[in-house]
Structures are given as structure tokens and as C-alpha cells.
Write a protein that binds this ligand. Structure first.
Ligand SMILES: Cc1cc2nc3c(=O)[nH]c(=O)nc-3n(C[C@H](O)[C@H](O)[C@H](O)COP(=O)(O)O)c2cc1C
Length: 285
């Protein structure tokens, strides 16, 4: 299963790209509309990209009244990414989404490095959201958590049905001449190929820690990358930064992944999930 990573594709602007996905994930929505951070909001680095979009979005009312009906017309299953500044924000949005048949899954963005995070822990937010909706809840975590497997276990106990791993990590890029921060917000979220080993480790550890279904993401650019995320324990993969450079990535990665599976005699993506663990339990720090 191939998804987009939240915030990396506008399905209404580029429906042909969204139609190549098994599900479309919206940009994170917050209770109120947000204009996001001041420009510059995107900077390329030698390896990967920094962004400080700052959760620009129309707010939950704008999503429900305007965007969601138009997104539903695409006919692609819809995941809504939910953010907030307190656990009650997440709970409120989950309640508002609960009876919207267009939405198959809710992803709780518990990890945006560009905004002040809710003071509650990831598990407290999941616990607040859980009773408000019957839809599957995926917890999107930061790879920067001090003890990621522990956080993953905590959100599982609080009622998460799956994990989305990983969000960006905080990074900085400086102007060559002035040595000043290139982003208006100074620090940004680092994404792209440099994130891949970190993301793979997160998937690997959380698969062992929880056994929950995982959407793996972070620097995926090819079918080979996707295969590695499956082997580490992901059941699905999401494409993020690559979509800016290659809008045809969904179809290409799908073809390449099928070839990789075929070359290894694997019947499908399920057969690949968790293969990296086949040597049996070893100590994972
Ligand atoms: C421009 C941009 C905007 C993003 N916006 C969001 C967002 O709104 N919500 C979220 O959960 N993640 C957001 N992300 C993080 C991605 O969903 C993904 O977790 C991260 O980029 C790692 O994947 P990648 O290396 O393939 O890009 C954003 C990333 C980028 C590059």
C-alpha cells in the first residue's frame, strides 16, 4: 500500500498524482485556520530538505465544508491528519470527523517540529481522542523521542490502531554568505533521503515493541527503499519529499517494488513485512 506523506501533496491541485495512491493523507488540520510561518518556508540542503510551513491549513470547518467533499470525489480512500495545541483540540477534531463516511482513517500528528507542541504526552493525546471516534487512529511519532519504542507502546496502550513513522526532525540551514538562517522560522523540519536510516530504525524498533501496523516514511525514493521499510516492519509506505521532485513517484515506486518482490520470490507486500527480523530476537538498544 502506497500513500503520500501528510503535507507533501495537494490532491486537489494534482489529482492525477493522488489517483496513483492507495490512500490520500491530508495536510494536518487544526481546530482554527492557520496561515503558517513566515517565508522562506522551504530550503534545499546538500542532502534532503528543510521546511517550516507551520501547519498552514483551513481549519477543521474549512476542511469539512469545502475540501473534504471535493477530495471524496477523487474516489481515493481518505486519511485526515489531525493536529492541535492541546489534547482537547485533537479530541474535538476526531469527534467532528467521526460521522464523515468519506474519511477512512485518522492520523494524529503528534510530532510537528515547526509549531509548539501540545503540553500533553503523545499517549495522553491518543487517550483523549480515542473515545471520540470509531475510526482507526494512527499515531504519527517523531524519531527524536528519547525512547521511541516506549512512546509507541504507550500510544498503543492508549488505543492507537497503528503508527505512522516518521515525521521530520529539527534542522537548520545557513546562507552561505551571510551565515544567517535560510528559513524565516530559522529552524525547520528535515526530510528526504538523509532521514531514511533514522526512519528505518524507528520502524524496526516499533515493529518489535508493538506489532502494530506501521506506515513507514522518511526519504523513500525508490521501490528498493520501500522494500526496506516493509522488511523493517512497515505494512505500508508513504512518499513525501520525493513527490516535489518526481510527481510520478507513486507509479514508479509501485512498479519498482513489484519488481523487487518478484526478484526475491515474494508473493506480495505482506510477505516482505518484517523480513529484517527473521534472524530472531536480538538486543535492540
Ligand atoms: C513541505 C512539507 C510539509 C509537511 N507537512 C506535514 C504535515 O502537515 N503533517 C505531518 O504530519 N507531516 C508533515 N510533513 C512530514 C511528512 O509527512 C513526512 O513525515 C516527512 O517529510 C518524512 O518523509 P520524507 O522524507 O519522505 O519527506 C511535511 C513534510 C514536508 C517536506
Amino acid at each position: 500500500m502506497i500513500l503520500n506523506a501528510s503535507g507533501c501533496l495537494d490532491a486537489l491541485e494534482a489529482p492525477e498524482v493522488a489517483l496513483g495512491l492507495d490512500a490520500f493523507v491530508t495536510k494536518t488540520v487544526t481546530p482554527q485556520p492557520r496561515e503558517g510561518n513566515r517565508p522562506v518556508r522551504i530550503a534545499e540542503t546538500e542532502v534532503g530538505m528543510l521546511n517550516s510551513i507551520g501547519l498552514e491549513n483551513p481549519g477543521i470547518d474549512g476542511l469539512l465544508s469545502d475540501k473534504l467533499p471535493r477530495l471524496a470525489e477523487l474516489g481515493v480512500p481518505l486519511w485526515v491528519s489531525v493536529g492541535g495545541f492541546a489534547a482537547s483540540d485533537y479530541a474535538e477534531i476526531c469527534a467532528a470527523l467521526d460521522d464523515r463516511a468519506e474519511v477512512t482513517t485518522i492520523e494524529l500528528n503528534l510530532s510537528c517540529p515547526n509549531v509548539d507542541e501540545a503540553p500533553e504526552s503523545a499517549a495522553e493525546i491518543v487517550a483523549a481522542a480515542r473515545p471520540e471516534t470509531r475510526k482507526p487512529l494512527y499515531a504519527k511519532l517523531s524519531p527524536a523521542a528519547t525512547d521511541l519504542p516506549e512512546t509507541a507502546r504507550a500510544v498503543q496502550s492508549a488505543g492507537a490502531d497503528g503508527l505512522s513513522l516518521v515525521n521530520t526532525m529539527r534542522g537548520l540551514a545557513l546562507e552561505e554568505k551571510t551565515l544567517q538562517p535560510r528559513l524565516g522560522h530559522e529552524l525547520g523540519g528535515y526530510s528526504g533521503q538523509g532521514l531514511k536510516p533514522i526512519a528505518l530504525a524507528a520502524v524496526y524498533q516499533c515493529y518489535r515493541a508493538t506489532g502494530l501496523p506501521i506506515v513507514g516514511m522518511g526519504g523513500i525514493t525508490s521501490g528498493r527503499d520501500a522494500l526496506e521499510f516493509l522488511a523493517a516492519g512497515a505494512r505500508a509506505v508513504a512518499l513525501g519529499t520525493i513527490l516535489f521532485a518526481d510527481p510520478e513517484a507513486p507509479g514508479r515506486v509501485r512498479r519498482e517494488l513489484a519488481e523487487e518482490l518478484d526478484a526475491r520470490g515474494l508473493a506480495g507486500t505482506e510477505a516482505a513485512t518484517g523480513l529484517a527480523h527473521s534472524r530472531g530476537p536480538v538486543h535492540v538498544a
